[in-house]
Design a protein around this ligand. Structure first.
Ligand SMILES: Nc1ncnc2c1ncn2[C@@H]1O[C@H](COP(=O)(O)OP(=O)(O)OP(=O)(O)O)[C@@H](O)[C@H]1O
Length: 597
């Protein structure tokens, strides 16, 4: 059962922003910089022109209402024509904003996904994080969805911020110039408040934003916790699907249902927490939504009634007040999106931090790390190889071995003595420990685990994987299938499907061996690669492999004793308290057996 997802701290952590922007700003500085800056500049230009159009509409309002008040028919008609042009310009700039904004979002996310996938896949980090148990839950969701949920709102924030600043400067100017000062009688004298509409607009905006921050500061944490619970539910459903056969065979549905029910109940609780906080925020947003259009009319009313303002000026001031409000309180409008975005940024940075940590682990292992290097001469050499786990517990102690080119060596030992660890170390996937492994330089190396990976696609693709570009004749592929005991699949080379699901365990293992017969690597390392076959079938398949790859070095782990005859030597791991010991045991010469097989 997976553990409950961690609850992110409430509030916003600045490190998350720093880490995320450190990562995501690479789009503007790397090879993609010219495209990134072009889209950014295009968007900024559209936004500035858009504020210009808003200013023109605001001025238009004043002219139009003044003309109505003065029954000036000629100006009213002129205003109608100008308005039609303003509509066309507003529509065109709107299209410009949508296209530049969405293209920027798509391209930025494309870059971010690409760079995350590169970081995740390179150096087998996707696998090593699992081994080290430091992988954050659902990395695939973080790469596929959180990148979108994090980047899209940031672009929208940037748009809101740019529009707000330009708009605030423009319309504060309108309020200042058109609104003028207000003279308030006090006792026998009076007080003059200069730019009173500006002061009122700024005061109202700041008060509302502060209230919003105060009421909404717990929302980001609540959204992050809900997203974690969503991710857990998805993970558990996926895990159930992946283990469908095992669960179905032991009739585990009721237990799974109970576990899923408790996960879903937790999600619902966290969701309701978000709903409650949205409710609190809506008090403010809706109240303010009704109040804001009326407030400037109330503020302008005294000067209109005293004849200082025309109707046009009142309309213009009301519009400008609203624009300043929207500008100052842009945070209010975007609060929910910030919360959503923060949670996703956090999930992306958790993944990149885990990736960085696994690299640190590799280079700064307590004992210097296992060094895997190519060496001339073609031999596989283990020199002072100690393999430990991440805590420093020694699993294999100071192993020494030299496997000559073409030699066939069997690695055996009781369960848990570290045979698979040795294979991981040979593959460069287990960094913890010390000592050195030399592998043949330039030679092709194939690792075949117990459950061979078969990609989706044609059978031909599965046989050639990962050397898809290898030009191999169909006859050779069919011959390999026949030799591996899969001759009946020979006519299905181009059949596309999920071969990993349609083949049985034994067939999958035979296919992995057929792959070796096609690709003919110089060094083959098998880890339980034929364990699903019956003893006779395994012996025949191994004899075929040994015979076909006579010149290749073979290291095979976990094979039944009956196969000793096909190997030159045995490396035996024997359990000891301070780490298993590796010893070399000679076997009878195999030439005759292999040839006779
Ligand atoms: N990811 C891991 N992190 C820490 N320790 C691990 C990890 N995987 C395995 N081990 C431990 O390392 C030891 C050796 O495991 P390994 O899988 O290499 O044994 P093995 O000899 O291949 O066993 P078997 O024959 O049963 O497959 C075991 O004690 C196991 O618990």
């Amino acid at each position: 059962m997976t553990s409950s997802p961690p609850s992110p701290a409430e509030g916003l952590d600045r490190k998350v922003f720093r880490d995320f922007f450190g990562l995501a700003s690479g789009w503007w500085t790397g090879a993609t910089a010219s495209r990134a800056w072009f889209l950014t500049a295009a968007l900024a230009l559209c936004l500035i022109v858009n504020v210009g159009i808003n200013f023109a509409v605001n001025t238009w309002n004043r002219r139009f209402f003044d003309a109505l008040e003065n029954s000036d028919t000629a100006t009213v008609w002129w205003a109608v024509v100008v308005f039609l042009w303003l509509v066309i310009c507003a529509a065109a700039v709107g299209v410009g904003i949508v296209l530049s904004r969405e293209t920027l979002q798509v391209r930025w996310r494309e870059w971010l996904i690409g760079s995350l996938i590169d970081r995740w896949l390179s150096g087998q980090r996707y696998y090593r994080m699992g081994l080290a148990r430091t992988e954050p839950a659902n990395p695939e969701y973080r790469i596929a969805d959180d990148t979108r949920l994090a980047t899209e709102p940031i672009v929208d924030f940037a748009i809101g911020l740019t529009t707000s600043i330009v708009s605030a400067l423009t319309f504060v100017g309108v309020l200042w110039v058109v609104g003028g000062s207000l003279t308030v009688p006090v006792g026998s004298g009076s007080i003059v408040i200069p730019g009173y509409m500006v002061l009122a607009a700024i005061f109202y905006g700041v008060v509302m934003s502060t209230l919003m921050l105060w009421v909404g500061h717990r929302l980001p944490g609540a959204v992050a916790r809900r997203n974690e619970a969503e991710a857990k539910l998805r993970f558990e459903l996926t895990r159930l699907r992946e283990n469908a056969e095992s669960v179905a065979l032991i009739r585990g549905e009721a237990d799974e249902r109970r576990a899923l029910g408790s996960t879903y109940a937790d999600l619902v609780q966290r969701w309701l927490g978000v709903v409650r906080r949205h409710g609190h925020i809506t008090w403010l947003t809706n109240g303010s939504g009704v109040f804001v259009p009326v407030l400037p009319l109330l503020l302008a009313a005294p000067k209109y009634l005293s004849g200082e303002f025309t109707l046009g000026q009142v309309t213009q001031l009301a519009g400008a007040f609203l624009q300043v409000q929207v500008a100052i309180a842009w945070l209010v409008d975007h609060f929910r999106a910030i919360a959503q975005c923060y949670a996703s940024m956090q999930r992306v940075t958790e993944l990149t931090n885990a990736i960085d940590d696994i690299d640190l682990d590799r280079t700064a292992g307590q004992s210097g790390g296992v060094v895997v290097e190519p060496a001339a001469g073609g031999a596989v050499v283990l020199a002072g190889l100690t393999i430990s786990d991440r805590t420093g517990r020694v699993l294999i102690d100071r192993a020494e071995a030299r496997i000559e080119p073409g030699e066939k060596v069997m690695v055996s030992g009781e369960s848990g003595t570290g045979k698979s660890m040795l294979v991981r170390a040979l593959a460069g996937l287990w960094p913890w420990g010390q000592g050195a492994i030399a592998l043949p330089a330039g030679g092709q190396i194939a690792f075949v685990p117990e459950r061979a990976y078969l990609p989706e696609g044609s059978l031909r693709g599965a046989l050639l994987y990962p050397a898809q570009s290898l030009a191999v004749d169909d006859a050779v592929l069919r011959e390999a299938l026949v030799e591996a005991g899969l001759g009946y699949l020979g006519h299905r080379l181009d059949d596309v499907g999920r071969w990993d699901q349609t083949l049985s365990n034994g067939e999958r293992q035979r296919l992995a061996i057929a792959r070796l017969l096609v690709q003919r690597p110089d060094l083959v390392i098998l880890d339980g690669a034929t364990s699903a076959l019956d003893e006779g079938g395994e012996a025949r398949l191994m004899a075929t492999l040994v015979g076909a790859l006579a010149g290749s070095t073979l290291i095979s782990v976990g094979l039944r004793p009956g196969l000793e005859a096909l190997h030159d030597r045995k490396l035996v791991l024997s359990r000891a308290d301070d780490g298993a010991r590796l010893a070399s045991v000679p076997l009878r010469p195999r030439v005759a057996q292999a040839a006779g097989a």
